[in-house]
Design a protein around this ligand. Structure first.
Ligand code: ATP
Ligand code: FE
Length: 350
């Protein structure tokens, strides 16, 4: 089966072609065009600018992917497109492109949930079997999912406020570091003393795997202001110590909540996805937690952990196999939870 995937739900326009055949799973093309420079002046993704850029670029990305793979539409079995959740203008641009291709070529159309794309990625990269737990940690998302099938997801818990990537970005801003904040804060943290500023580990006393990161960010702001009030400014060492303290707090939260997720859903493997999964300190800690529990730990290559269309094409292959087909009535959805959170599961863990 060979499927073209299209992704345009945030600030990356992407098209990819994935094949699952006798030679195994192959990514034949994987084109991603970011929009960072378009939004840089605004301090965040501007939905209207993103939507226009997607509309202008998505067909070009598709042509590029087809050329890279050396395929024509006649070589494909279907076209899969992110139908949500995300910034609606961008999602619509991708959905319209998918519909256009489907209408013109007669290829079946398959709408894919962006989060399902992330959650199914370790099956593309490692052939991981169900069930497993997926920890999705990015600038926009933070949740533990139990994955039992290509269409069977149970949300075990997640952030009740900021996503961790967002927290890393805000901390970088508070300390005058470059955006995106994650890599900058991680680099500083490596030089710092994590014990100097003991920051809170929010929601540790609450059962289940819900998390909170906005209070942590406020605590960091207070610690920063206290140093500034005492010394009139921040030294490089102060800044490194603040970063180290923050990263240690986030890492501790993920370690504890991951133990709880594994207790709630005792499965054989845990995988991560999202930009924050690039953080080596967090990654190492999760690996240790999994090793202690005798659980396999998987972290797909970063290019497939962040937004991309190969994951959409792969999710499309999984849906195609299960017989799912959409048609030209497919609509773009700004919100599309994979699953309503399961109260029975949430209450029972520690
Ligand atoms: P989504 O894909 O959920 O819509 P997004 O586009 O923000 O959101 P990604 O591209 O997956 O998500 O991740 C970007 C986020 O990851 C940014 O907030 C960035 O700061 C964070 N990040 C990247 N590298 C690191 C790192 N080494 N440590 C911590 N955070 C990081
Ligand atoms: Fe994403």
């Amino acid at each position: 089966i060979t499927i073209l995937g299209i992704e345009s739900s945030c600030d990356d326009t992407a098209a990819a072609i994935v094949r699952d055949g006798p030679e195994g799973r192959q990514i034949l093309a994987n084109v991603v065009e970011g929009q960072t420079s378009l939004h840089a002046a605004f301090g965040g993704v501007v939905p209207e600018i993103a939507a226009r850029a997607h509309a202008e670029r998505v067909d070009g990305c598709v042509s590029k992917a087809m050329a890279e793979a050396g395929l024509g539409f006649g070589d494909l079995d279907a076209v899969a497109v992110t139908a949500g959740p995300g910034l609606i203008g961008g999602v619509m641009a991708g959905v319209m492109c998918g519909k256009g291709i489907s209408a013109a070529t007669g290829l079946p159309l398959i709408g894919v949930n962006h989060l399902a794309g992330h959650a199914l990625t370790p099956r593309l990269t490692d052939g991981l079997a169900f069930p497993y737990i997926m920890l999705l940690v990015s600038g926009g998302h933070c949740q533990y999912l139990r994955v039992d099938g290509a269409d069977q997801f149970t949300r075990l818990g997640g952030s009740i406020d900021d996503a961790p990537g967002e927290a890393f970005d805000k901390v970088a801003k508070l300390l005058g570091l470059a955006q995106p904040g994650g890599p900058a804060v991680e680099a500083e943290a490596r030089k710092g003393d994590a014990k100097r500023f003991p920051l809170p580990r929010p929601l540790m006393d609450r059962p289940g795997c819900d998390m909170s990161f906005s209070g942590l960010k406020t605590a960091l702001l207070r610690a920063r202001d206290k140093v500034i009030a005492e010394k009139g400014g921040l030294t490089l060492a102060d800044r490194a110590d603040l970063c180290a303290g923050f990263q240690a707090a986030v890492t501790d939260v993920f370690a504890e909540k991951t133990r709880r997720a594994l207790a709630l859903a005792p499965v054989g493997a845990l995988a991560v996805a999202g930009g924050v999964a690039a953080n080596l300190a967090i990654r190492a800690e999760l690996e240790t937690v999994c090793a202690v529990s005798g659980v396999r730990f998987l972290a797909p290559p970063l290019a497939l952990c962040t937004d991309n269309a190969a994951m959409i094409a792969w999710a499309g292959i999984e849906r195609f196999r299960s017989g799912a087909r959409d048609d030209l009535t497919l609509s773009a959805r700004p919100r599309w939870p994979l699953d309503q959170s399961s109260p029975a599961l949430l209450g029972s863990g520690k």
